[in-house]
Ligand binder design. Sequence first.
Ligand code: NI
Length: 646
Amino acid sequence: MGVVDTGAAEPRTSLHHPLDPLSSEEVTSAVAITRADGRFREVAAHTRFVSVSLHEPAKESVLAGGVSPREAFIILLDRARETTYELVVSLTSQSVASWREVRGIQPAFLMSEEVACEQAVKNDPRFLEAMSKRGLTDLSDVIIDPVPAGNFGYPDEEGLRLARATAYLRRSPDDNWWAHPIGGVVALVDLHKMQVLNVEDRGVVPIPPESGNYDVASAAPPRSDLKALEITQPDGPSFTVRGWQVEWQRWHIHVGFTPREGLVLHTVGYEDGGRVRPILYRAAVSEMVVPYGDPSRSHYFRSFFDAGENGIGASANSLTRGCDCLGEIYYFDAALADDVGELVELPHAICMHEEDYGVLWRHSDWRTDRTEVRRSRRLVISSFSTIGNYDYGFFWYFYQDGTIQFEVKLTGILQMGAISSDEIPQHGTLVAPGLNAMYHQHYFNLRLDMDIDGTANSVYEVHSESVPPGPENPFGNAFVARRTLLSTEQEARQLIDPLAARSWEIVNPAVQNGLGRPVAYRLIPGDNVVPFAQPDSAVIKRAGFITSHLWVTPYTPGERYAAGDYPSQHPGGAGLPEYVAADRAIDNTDVVVWYTFGHHHIPRPEDWPIMPAAYAGFLLKPFGFFDRNPSLDVPPPTACHNSCHE
Ligand code: NI
């Protein structure tokens, strides 16, 4: 469990919160129970563990405060029968509670498949011939990068578990090999049989020669004019931690972690008037997709569903190997299982700390010569995942004024292709000689199970508009803010409209604030974009969730993922488009708000060889949830008394 680095943590008790992620002991136990089951023993020789995670108890039971049985949800991949099993394992009764076969889908990629796939490609005579044409006879420094094959409706690919693999050259042991794509060659691999089905060679392209290394030695000499900047918290942090439960500045947050979604937040509430008022029951990244805009045969298939195809949590970094946070830090440790069911401990999977965030509020009155100023402090709960070439930071921020912010930090290495020296890229940016960084977008969908002061909520579209000239607007200056109830799922499919200042309001119609208005939070978009892929393209079929920014559904336990349970090689239509097909009513019910946002990435030379972090996200801001500024009681900054006042 979490490492107590700060003294702020109380000893963890053996009593679980029903939403605590599985502990190391529980992961081990769930695997042992599975291995002992007769159904598993029959298929064990050719069956791999895809994931082992908490099977969350029913929402009603958690909200009622009852004791829930501890259960694990396990996905198994049977490579001989080419099928998938979903298990619920009861840790309480030490038995497999349910065993379900799911046919015709592909669960997430396994690390062992990536390793075996590399070897299979390197052993294939057609691939060897393609490398030999490029002067590469020793393949020890050739790196194979297999990615899920997508689904383009090719009849001969139907039903197969496939990867498309491209190759890179590593010029030295620590080389950034992403900088040296071996162009023109794509291998198609059957991952169950581990057979190379074909190798396409579209002709030799010179391997981009420039070094893409970014370590200290490569960037030497380092600049020497940076003075020390230290964050000291002599009294320790202001948060308290009990197991996975966090309290900070009136906020109550239960932290969680799953192999698929990574960081999860549960039962987020704000203490107000002596009670904790619920805001969110559950929040997590439900899916990601990164569609690339290059139509060439070497690249058209690139559209990575990093949650469903790889696992954000399964790809999470242990921050023992480098954490970007300053100050007093608390870490949560995660427990996962590898392909053969062995426990994988991920120490420091989640980082939590506080940050000074400039001015919270201030005003100067020249008549009295008085200034009241308060500094803003925020609680940061974050995790970093490396998925292929990219590194994604997932950051939740909690503010003293009741605001919640979600932000993704995008960094790492660009996905690049080799082009000949006389070619001008049409769908990418030349970032180094012969190196084309392809245009792409990064989409994230956040599933937000909103519970504003209770489960029955409604969602309104809100925007502003000018009043036409006339008796209602005699001076031409008038504008109004319009609120429109979204009463069905189809009405709630919406796009952002920054020119009309569109946001969405989640209200509890049954609870009024002190001004007689229903209490509410607003979802305020940040930067966003629409897809440029065609509506009938493979990626849009599979990632229908990116065609609307807002989706609202009535809470349904099985509806968890924006592109469906198993997006890998899926023909399309799953997830949100399927969930909302019945156009269910969403008024005054337990609503789930799904927000899709995209980061549009036209790469810059400055993103090479490693990309300075880009940011994307949104805000959840109280809008009449409180009767007035809830941060009036934040005390004046003591540091300012020492240094600001002469
Ligand atoms: Ni990008």
